[in-house]
Design a protein around this ligand. Structure first.
Ligand SMILES: Cc1cc2nc3c(=O)[nH]c(=O)nc-3n(C[C@H](O)[C@H](O)[C@H](O)COP(=O)(O)OP(=O)(O)OC[C@H]3O[C@@H](n4cnc5c(N)ncnc54)[C@H](O)[C@@H]3O)c2cc1C
Length: 412
């Protein structure tokens, strides 16, 4: 088995992994091993290129220039490139996510060429921690509270990588392991067990070109959409467009428990910044899906809203779901499976600390040295001025979080 030592191992090359690389390289911590199956911007490139963004172009630009290594890549890229394409757009407007995905890919290509980066196409399968705590004081603290700060503990992770281009596994020794492994749409069971209904993947419904090929054109179909999230409204927008433009026999039943919730621009902050509707999803919902306009809107001609609030869910599903041929759920995202993580040979049961980007053992156990997370799987917890708690998901939000926390992830 091949082996090497690095100052950090970064798992995943989506927008979060790229942001981690920019921050760690800026701090000049030493060599970094970076592992991803494809190095092509993660899920946003694979699945969401056709999705309209909910953030302004200016925020993607702010992400692309937030660290010195990124600036160097942008300055040295031949024109035209993804950064110059983005710069031509109206900075105050939203854009399709393919612009953002291409920008992340150009940053990735630049980072992979840097001398202190060892990029491996492949998959991290496991990591084992051997912890040796150094005493901070003359007396040795052997208690539960012994210092496990990554800056003072002599911890060692051994990370196993299954490479795409080699039968031989690679083993990397490091004191920092950063998980940026992403999430996928949450799959809930069909609300009526045993019902003969075709499950549509949310990612397919968010990609109009694939959706058009998946649904029948010439015979009737009815798609049940479950949820009222940003993704649910984008899914409805795509289905309504298809029904009106190319699939005249398509109908939609929208099962929702909540009134529509919008992001609101307050004085210097955004209410429901991470959970409310924004951009074209908000415009569409206001103009076509609100109760006061639905019956006369273009969407209302092909969509029925099924109100499942106030405990009516089971009754409504029993009544209306059997009329549907397809179902798609848009009720959130679930972490992708993590590599097998063990400490001294035993599986690690861990919890993420959404304030520091670090992990601790379950049920308030002690900190796990050298293990960090970022991105949609491990986002920052934020509290707005009204006390509402949300998790900050988005390119620039990952960047802001990392700028705050990475200085505490061990010395340069
Ligand atoms: C519908 C929708 C609209 C959105 N709109 C916006 C927007 O307008 N603006 C915005 O800023 N954000 C937006 N987002 C959010 C943003 O796109 C995602 O949150 C972001 O792309 C997630 O990035 P990530 O790096 O955390 O995860 P991912 O992109 O999923 O990347 C994870 C990477 O890790 C790799 N990986 C996983 N496990 C391993 C392993 N064991 N070994 C090696 N590699 C591994 C995966 O293959 C993948 O490449 C949107 C999201 C959705 C779903």
């Amino acid at each position: 088995m091949a082996s090497r030592k690095c100052a950090a191992v970064v798992v995943g090359a989506g927008p979060a992994g790229v942001a981690v690389m920019g921050n760690l390289l800026e701090r000049q911590i030493g060599t970094i091993a970076w592992i991803d199956p494809s190095f092509e911007s993660g899920r946003v490139n694979r699945k969401y290129r056709e999705v309209p963004s909910n953030t302004k172009v200016a925020l993607f630009q702010a992400y692309a220039t937030a660290t010195q290594p990124f600036k160097t890549i942008v300055e040295n890229s031949c024109l035209p490139n993804a950064f110059s394409s983005m710069a031509k757009l109206d900075q105050e407007k939203t854009c399709h996510l393919h612009y953002a995905a291409d920008m992340v890919r150009d940053l990735t290509d630049g980072l992979r060429k840097m001398d202190s980066v060892y990029a491996y196409r492949g998959f991290v399968t496991a990591a084992n921690l051997v912890e040796k705590v150094k005493p901070q004081h003359p007396h040795i603290d052997t208690s539960e509270n012994a210092n496990t700060d990554p800056q003072t503990s002599d911890n060692k992770w051994t990370v196993r990588v299954k490479r795409h281009d080699s039968e031989d596994e690679l083993e990397i020794e490091t004191s920092r392991l950063i998980l940026c492994t992403g999430s996928h749409p949450t799959n809930i069971p069909v609300p009526i067990p045993g019902l003969d209904i075709f499950r549509l993947d949310l990612d397919t419904v968010l990609k109009p070109s694939e959706l058009a090929e998946t649904l029948p054109k010439s015979h009737p179909s009815t798609v049940a959409v479950v949820g009222a999230s940003h993704s649910a409204i984008l899914a409805i927008l795509n289905l309504v467009t298809l029904a009106r433009e190319s699939h005249p026999h398509l109908r939609i039943k929208w099962f929702t428990r909540h009134p529509l919730r919008y992001a609101e621009y307050m004085d210097g902050w955004i209410l429901r910044d991470n959970t409310g509707l924004k951009g074209s999803a908000a415009d569409f919902a206001r103009a076509q899906l609100e109760d006061g306009v639905l019956s006369t809107s273009p969407a209302g001609q092909v969509l029925d809203k099924v109100d499942c609030g106030e405990g009516k869910e089971a009754e409504m599903y029993a009544k209306y779901l059997p009329e549907c041929s397809h179902i798609v759920s848009a009720v959130g995202f679930t972490r992708d499976p993590l590599p097998q993580l063990v400490k001294d040979g035993r599986p690690l049961a861990m919890e993420f600390d959404h304030e520091s980007g670090q992990f601790h053992e379950q049920a308030g156990g002690k900190g796990i040295p050298g293990l960090f997370g970022a991105g949609i799987a491990f986002p920052e917890r934020v509290v707005d001025p009204y006390g509402n708690v949300e998790y900050a998901v988005g390119f620039f939000k990952f960047m802001k979080f990392l700028k705050r926390v990475t200085p505490a992830w061990g010395p340069a």
